[in-house]
Structures are given as structure tokens and as C-alpha cells.
Design a protein around this ligand. Structure first.
Ligand SMILES: [Cu+2]
Length: 100
């Protein structure tokens, strides 16, 4: 299991972190953006989007923190912010999990 603790250190915007699997041969940032400015969250393992709480909510406003604990298997994942337009703006990062 891993725990993610996320703090929004930005000055103005609400954000979130969603953990999505990343299939072999795929790259972060490749998921298509829908007209609503969001991507499909199919396969989501969980998210941090609830201010001062665990799990899903309405996002983390500036200065807020949230957290989640997930069971992950070795593999590649992408951490994304899926508020409208944020993924398209480049709010994603890769998380590689290795095991023993
Ligand atoms: Cu964001």
C-alpha cells in the first residue's frame, strides 16, 4: 500500500490528484480530453480531492491538503489533475511502482 498526502501550494486554483493505470507502451498525457475538459477516469485506483479528509471530494483549494491510501501493484501509473482543462494544461506525472 502507498499513502499519498497532497498539499495545494498554489495561489489561486483548486486541484486534485487522481491515480490512473498506465498501460505498457503508453505515455502520460496521452488520454483524450473530452469536451468538458476532463479525461476518462476509467480504471482509477483512487484520488485525493477532499479537503482535510481522505478520498474523493470537490477538490483541494489553495492551502488545503488531502490524502488517500491505495493498494498498488508493481507497474506504471499516472497521477493526474482532472478538473476541467487541467490535464490538457499538463497537470500529470508518472508514478512507477517497483516490487520485490
Ligand atoms: Cu489542477
Amino acid at each position: 500500500m502507498i499513502s499519498l498526502r497532497v498539499f495545494n501550494a498554489g495561489p489561486m486554483m483548486t486541484h486534485e490528484v487522481v491515480v490512473l493505470p498506465l498501460a505498457p507502451g503508453r505515455s502520460i498525457g496521452e488520454r483524450p480530453t473530452h469536451p468538458d475538459g476532463k479525461i476518462d477516469e476509467a480504471g482509477s485506483l483512487g484520488e485525493v480531492s477532499r479537503s482535510c479528509r481522505a478520498g474523493a471530494g470537490d477538490g483541494l483549494p489553495p492551502g488545503a491538503a488531502g490524502w488517500t491510501t491505495l493498494t498498488v501493484h508493481p507497474g506504471r501509473y499516472q497521477l493526474v489533475c482532472n478538473l476541467p482543462g487541467h490535464y490538457l494544461a499538463g497537470m500529470y506525472a508518472e508514478l512507477d511502482v517497483t516490487g520485490r
